[in-house]
Design a protein around this ligand. Structure first.
Ligand SMILES: C[S@@+](CC[C@H](N)C(=O)[O-])C[C@H]1O[C@@H](n2cnc3c(N)ncnc32)[C@H](O)[C@@H]1O
Length: 245
C-alpha cells in the first residue's frame, strides 16, 4: 500500500518530506505510452501525451489505481482545466472526488480565489484527495470536501451560483446529476460529464447495460434540451460538455 493511502498515517498532518521522496519507486509512474483509463478508439495517444502530469498528479493517479478507481485521463484533465480557465471559474462542483486527479486539474484552471466543492460517498478516497490538494499547493480554504451520496448532497447546494459542474461518479445517476447541474449553474456555466462514450459502447445499439443506457439517455436529453448548448469532446473516456443558456 502506498504510504499516503495508509490509515495509520493521518493525511491531515503535513508531510514531513516532499511527496516525491515519500513515493516508493513502484508508485512513481512515468508518462503513459498509451492512453490511461477505459479504452476508447477516440482517445488519441498524442492528446494524452500532450497533457503532461507532475509528480502530484502521477501520485494521485497511482493511488487511484491501487483503489481500483478510473481517474480522468491526462487529456480529459487538461480539458477540465481549460474549461475552468476559460470561464474564469470561481465556484465549481465536482461529483466524484476519487483521489483528486480531476480536482487538481480543475483547481489549476480556476481563479486563485476560487473554491472547488467536491462530493464523494467514500471518505477514504477524500482523505487521500485532501492530501493531494495540499501537496499541489492549494490552501484548505480552496476546497469544500463533502462526504455523501451525490443525490443527497446536491439539493443542499445553492441555485445558479456555480460556473462549472463536473460529473464523474455513478453513471446510473448521470441524468439526475445533469438535471441538478441545470439548477446549480449560472447562465453561461458549463456542465462536463465524464465517460460520455460509455467505453466505446455509446453508439452500439446492442449495448443495453444499465450504465450505457443511462449515459445514452443523458447525452440524448442534453442534446435535445433547449436549455443546453452541447458538444462531445472525445478525450479520455469522452466528455459531454454543455453550456447553460
Ligand atoms: C471514477 S471515480 C472519480 C475519479 C475522479 N473524478 C478523478 O478523476 O480523480 C468515481 C468516484 O465516485 C464515487 N461515487 C460513486 N458513486 C457515488 C455517488 N452516488 N455519490 C457520490 N460519489 C460516488 C466513488 O466513491 C469514486 O470515488
Amino acid at each position: 500500500m502506498h504510504p499516503l493511502a495508509s490509515p495509520a498515517q493521518p493525511l491531515a498532518q503535513p508531510l514531513a518530506q516532499p511527496l516525491a521522496r515519500l513515493s516508493p519507486p513502484e508508485v512513481v509512474i512515468v508518462p503513459p505510452a498509451r492512453p490511461i483509463g477505459p479504452p476508447t478508439a477516440q482517445s488519441h495517444p498524442f492528446a494524452e501525451a500532450y497533457a503532461t502530469e507532475d509528480i502530484v498528479l502521477q501520485t494521485a493517479r497511482s493511488l487511484a489505481r491501487e483503489l481500483g478507481l478510473d481517474s480522468v485521463t491526462p487529456a480529459a484533465g487538461s480539458v477540465l482545466r481549460l474549461l475552468a480557465a476559460a470561464g474564469s471559474a470561481k465556484a465549481v462542483v465536482e461529483i466524484g472526488t476519487g483521489t483528486g486527479v480531476s480536482g487538481t486539474w480543475l483547481l489549476r484552471g480556476m481563479r486563485p480565489d476560487a473554491v472547488l466543492t467536491t462530493i464523494d460517498v467514500e471518505h477514504e478516497h477524500q482523505r487521500i484527495a485532501r492530501r493531494i490538494f495540499q501537496e499541489a499547493g492549494f490552501a484548505s480554504s480552496r476546497t469544500r470536501i463533502i462526504t455523501g451520496r451525490a443525490l443527497d448532497v446536491l439539493p443542499r447546494l445553492a441555485d445558479g451560483v456555480y460556473d462549472l459542474v463536473f460529473v464523474d461518479a455513478d453513471p446510473t445517476e448521470y441524468s439526475a446529476c445533469a438535471d441538478a447541474a441545470l439548477r446549480l449553474l449560472r447562465p453561461g456555466g458549463v456542465l462536463a460529464v465524464n465517460g460520455a462514450l460509455a467505453g466505446g459502447r455509446i453508439s452500439d445499439p446492442s449495448a443495453r447495460d444499465v450504465d450505457t443506457l443511462t449515459i445514452r439517455e443523458t447525452v440524448r436529453s442534453v442534446r435535445e434540451s433547449e436549455e443546453w448548448i452541447p458538444a462531445i469532446i472525445p478525450s479520455g473516456a469522452g466528455l459531454l460538455v454543455a453550456v447553460k443558456r
